[in-house]
Design a protein around this ligand. Sequence first.
Ligand code: GTP
Ligand code: MG
Length: 329
Amino acid sequence: MAEEKEKRKELEEENVKDELENIPGVGEKLAEQLRECGYNDLMAVAVTPSGQLADDTGIGEATIRKIIAAARSQLKMAFTDAAELLDRRKSVKRITTGSKELDKLIGGGVETQSITETFGEFGTGKTQIGLQLVVNVQLPPEKGGLDSYAAFIDTENTFRPKRVQQIAKAVGLDEKEALKRIKVARAYSSDHQILLAEKIPDLITKEEVPIKLLVIDSLMGLLRAEYIGRGTLAARQQKLNKYLHVLQRLSDRYNLAIYVTNQVMSRPDVFFGDPTKAIGGHILGHAATYRIYLRKSKGSKRIARLIDSPCLPEGEAIFAITEKGIEDA
Ligand code: GTP
Ligand code: MG
């Protein structure tokens, strides 16, 4: 317990160090101006091209250049040595999906320090997997959980407490208690959605909720609704990148598993440019990413296919959605 408290304190201190006011030359007013435009911490300022930052905030480019330089020298923008990376990887934990076959496909379950994405047509089980995971994360380790809490950002009004209770009962958890261990928030716009994700650190450090899993259902729904038409694609992509950056930092810093859902139109491979590149090739990219394409099979059966995984072979798994939740077919 004492160790946990120590860790929380450490994380809180790190967050304070990240605040924009720590940039020499940035006072409260400039900091506020930056935050209003979605630049919330040192790293966001340090890694954004000066032209873009000036355009977005309306702050003069000369000032922007100075701020960026100051942010960069403030941050230790150094390389992490490989031994440290290996150490971090050792703290990676996994949450069972409820299906052994599906777990096997993704290397043993949904991973912390990673973003796991499912995409597929309606009714393929994207939401159901999310509801199962917010229950399973509560299980003790020997049953495939992390003995922790979950957060659920709901953009499509798909969170169903009744269904969660049903799933919790099936894995032997107290139904009421299980619901209490899930923090749910409804997001009404893409900005709101980002804001909610940014609140997670407070939940963990200030309110001391031991969250180990964040579910976002769905990642792109609101963005897609707000940015319609070809001309808005670049702006949408930019916002998505920013969002992914926030998520990646969360998963990294708090050893969180992040599970996001994504609907597809007709061509999953080209649906939003090449999102795996944006995620995997990101400047902060320690976090691994798993993409799972789901499709329907007979009745309750679903087929999952792993796509573009950094270290696992591509393959398929069959699972079922039943009364009890996600199970082996
Ligand atoms: P969209 O959000 O519409 O894109 O779909 P999705 O991929 O999120 O689908 P979802 O996870 O909601 O899966 C819906 C399917 O799960 C249904 O078609 C049912 O087959 C199954 N399902 C959902 N709830 C139950 C339930 O209570 N009992 C059983 N047996 N199956 C359920
Ligand atoms: Mg859904």
